[in-house]
Write a protein that binds this ligand. Structure first.
Ligand code: NAG
Ligand code: NAG
Ligand code: NAG
Ligand code: NAG
Ligand code: NAG
Length: 211
């Protein structure tokens, strides 16, 4: 038995092995407890956390239609909004939208630095896992988009354009919780006639990231 005690000098020869066994048991119990707590806390967070609105630019493209009679261009894009939250309604309101050169996407003065600025309609995503489509359309002229108009008017395309959305993200459970949220939809192509088959599905959908 002295061998088990490891030759340690003790008041009793039998107690040290039992003490170590108890300590080990306690340690294992503590670890298991911590693991269980971690799992529970995680589960509660998953249930309670209102997952954020998920936004996607369909076909990753801002389509451009020439309106020669008017000397203007019609820009259009489809944004798909999904509400992953089981309990909450989500609204994305008071929206400011900018098309920006990717190198400028996080500028503090987007109104000054953008290619074009517009104000989309509010996005309302009621149902869990049911996508809502928002079609955004705007007419631009040589005046409203100087510097970029000519290229697009000549059927050119612009790549690496970011759509930036700034708005109030409202989560409605029983009351409304509002926070300012910015989304970046990157690597969009601007150009391509929406009625021309050649430009349909030339790009994959672009998932937007929330800042
Ligand atoms: C551009 O053309 C469309 C269609 O003809 C017209 O409805 C719109 O008012 C024009 N926009 C501008 C800014 O000239
Ligand atoms: C974006 O900016 C970069 C660097 O400033 C420039 O080379 C590029 O041509 C710009 N792209 C567009 C679409 O204006
Ligand atoms: C747009 O404006 C510029 C400068 O004012 C001019 O040179 C250009 O021809 C215009 N583009 C079109 C398509 O009218
Ligand atoms: C641009 O494309 C449209 C239709 O695809 C065509 O009618 C028009 O002539 C083209 N313009 C230029 C400048 O190439
Ligand atoms: C929450 O905000 C939305 C959008 O502004 C509004 O339509 C809705 O009535 C609000 N709900 C509550 C409970 O205040």
């Amino acid at each position: 038995m002295a061998a088990v005690a490891g030759g340690e000098a003790g008041d009793s020869e039998k107690q040290p092995p039992f003490r170590w066994l108890n300590v080990a048991r306690c340690a294992v119990a503590a670890v298991v407890m911590v693991l269980i707590l971690a799992v529970i806390i995680n589960a509660i967070q998953v249930v309670l956390r209102p997952n954020s609105l998920s936004l996607t630019v369909v076909e990753g493209t801002v389509f451009v239609k020439r309106l020669p009679e008017e000397k203007n261009l019609s820009l259009s894009l489809d944004l798909r909004a999904e509400n992953p939250s089981g309990r909450a309604r989500m609204y994305y309101t008071n929206l400011d939208a900018y098309l920006l050169n990717t190198t400028m996407e996080s500028t503090a003065k987007p109104r000054r630095d953008c290619i074009i600025y517009f104000r989309p309609k509010d996005i309302v995503a009621f149902d869990q896992q049911q996508a809502v489509m928002s079609s955004m359309k705007l007419h631009v002229t040589n005046k409203s988009m100087p510097g970029y108009f000519d290229k697009l008017y000549a059927n050119g395309t612009m790549r690496d354009v970011t759509l930036r959305l700034d708005g109030d993200l409202v989560t409605e459970v029983t009351i409304n919780e509002t926070r300012r949220a910015t989304y970046y939809c990157r690597s969009l192509i601007v150009g391509g006639d929406p009625d021309d088959e050649a430009f349909r599905y030339w790009q994959d959908d672009v998932h937007c990231t929330k800042a």
